[in-house]
Design a protein around this ligand. Sequence first.
Ligand SMILES: C[S@@+](CC[C@H](N)C(=O)[O-])C[C@H]1O[C@@H](n2cnc3c(N)ncnc32)[C@H](O)[C@@H]1O
Length: 252
Amino acid sequence: MARDSYRDLAAYYDLMASDPGIQALYREWRGLLLAAIRKRGLRPRVLVDLACGTGNSTIPWTRRRGWTVVGVDRSAAMLRAARRKSRAVRWVRQDLTALRLGERADLVTCHFDALNHVLRDADLQRVFDGVGRLLREGGLFQFDLNTAHWLRRLSASQRLFRLGPHAFTAYNAFDPRTGVALLRQLWFVKRGRHYRKLEVAVRERAYDRAAVRRMLRQSGLRLVTVRAQRALGAAPIRDYFLAVRLPARPAR
Ligand SMILES: C[S@@+](CC[C@H](N)C(=O)[O-])C[C@H]1O[C@@H](n2cnc3c(N)ncnc32)[C@H](O)[C@@H]1O
């Protein structure tokens, strides 16, 4: 498995995710998925949350009676934090690009720019293939992606953020040739009277909507909604996607 860039961040992730702007995103994704379930008259029983992290987008679904909820992530540290928060989810340590889950799902989610972490077309196609195998016909796949505009914009800013007793500064770089941003954070974690230095680096790649639509289709998934979920002026910075699993092609 690849190096875990979330290993050191796991302890502070939920502090970051408690930001009202981020909590609003989690609420929106839940509301949009519930609306899509209602609109299509689905009766879901199994939800799989991919790249679930500490479970912020996974755990709320355990309140639905009779649902099986599965959270998948490759980071042992993020999953440890998730497990401490809920035992009602089946937490699975697995890489998105090589999904092997026993069950079929009615709903698959993948939130908070997790798919931007997949850096190569071939790997994103593997993720979509895995989702295509996992979903039952008519099942839904909901995800979001940071746009190139946002990744470029992030690389222009250097700010100091305060989080409780801790602070961090972000210094990012976007390569327009590859569409990959290197997002680096330098944390000062308060320990008693001292601060411990912590460096975190995550790479994110931007994908354009047309490419995502094409790749989904190749995995038996049809894009039914794509729109800006957040924008700066007229430019989308976070795109929202909803796809549906098509019937399997009859074997010849
Ligand atoms: C920004 S966090 C999002 C976590 C969670 N979905 C949320 O909304 O809070 C990205 C997560 O993706 C996971 N991740 C990135 N690449 C992955 C891969 N190839 N396979 C499995 N998990 C991956 C990381 O370990 C991390 O937990």
